[in-house]
Design a binder for this molecule. Structure first.
Ligand code: MG
Length: 158
C-alpha cells in the first residue's frame, strides 16, 4: 500500500548557533533555537516519514525533556527514524520538501541537502526534492524571526 505523510516545523532564529538545514551547515548570521541542532528541514522530513507510517511524531520519539537529544545532529535522528520504518517493512519512495525563509539564500546548498537525505534515507537523489521559497516579507517568517519547513513523504508499506 502506498501511503503519504506530511511534516511541518518552525524554529526561531538565535544568535550564537550554527544554521543547519538538511544536515548542511549554512553560513549565516543566525542559527536556530532548539534542543537538538534545530535542523528544521530534517525535522519536517522526519515528521512526514512518521506520518506516512502512522508512528507518532518527532516530539514523541525524541522529547525535548530527554538530555540524550541535546544538540543532537538531526540527520542522526533521521537515521533512527529510518530504522523504525524498516522495522515496519516500509520503503520510502519519494521525499519532497520546502524551506520557507526570508534569508539566507539556499539554492547553492540544494544539491548537498538532497545528497544528505539521499544517503540517510537510502533513496536515489532524483527521488529527493529540496526546494526553498520566501514568505515575501509577510508575517513572522517575513520579519526574519525564524525558518519553517514542509515535507511530504511517500512510502510503500506491505
Ligand atoms: Mg523542530
Amino acid at each position: 500500500m502506498i501511503r503519504t505523510g506530511i511534516g511541518f516545523d518552525a524554529h526561531r532564529f538565535a544568535r550564537g548557533r550554527s544554521l543547519v538545514l538538511g544536515g548542511v551547515r549554512i553560513p549565516s548570521e543566525f542559527g536556530l533555537e532548539g534542543h537538538s541542532d534545530a535542523d528544521v528541514l530534517c525535522h519536517a522530513v522526519i515528521d512526514a516519514l512518521l506520518g506516512a507510517v502512522g508512528d507518532g511524531d518527532i516530539g514523541m520519539i525524541f522529547p525535548n525533556s530527554d538530555p540524550t537529544w541535546k544538540d543532537a545532529r538531526s540527520l542522526d535522528l533521521l537515521k533512527k527514524v529510518m530504522e523504525r520504518l524498516a522495522a515496519r517493512g516500509a520503503v520510502v519512495i519519494h521525499i519532497d520538501s520546502t524551506v520557507i525563509a526570508e534569508k539566507p539564500q539556499l539554492s547553492q546548498y540544494r544539491d548537498a541537502i538532497r545528497a544528505n537525505f539521499s544517503a540517510v534515507i537510502g533513496l536515489p537523489v532524483d527521488r529527493v526534492s529540496a526546494k526553498a521559497t520566501t514568505p515575501e516579507k509577510m508575517g513572522a517568517l517575513g520579519r526574519e524571526e525564524g525558518i519553517a519547513a514542509l515535507a511530504v513523504a511517500t512510502v510503500e508499506q506491505p
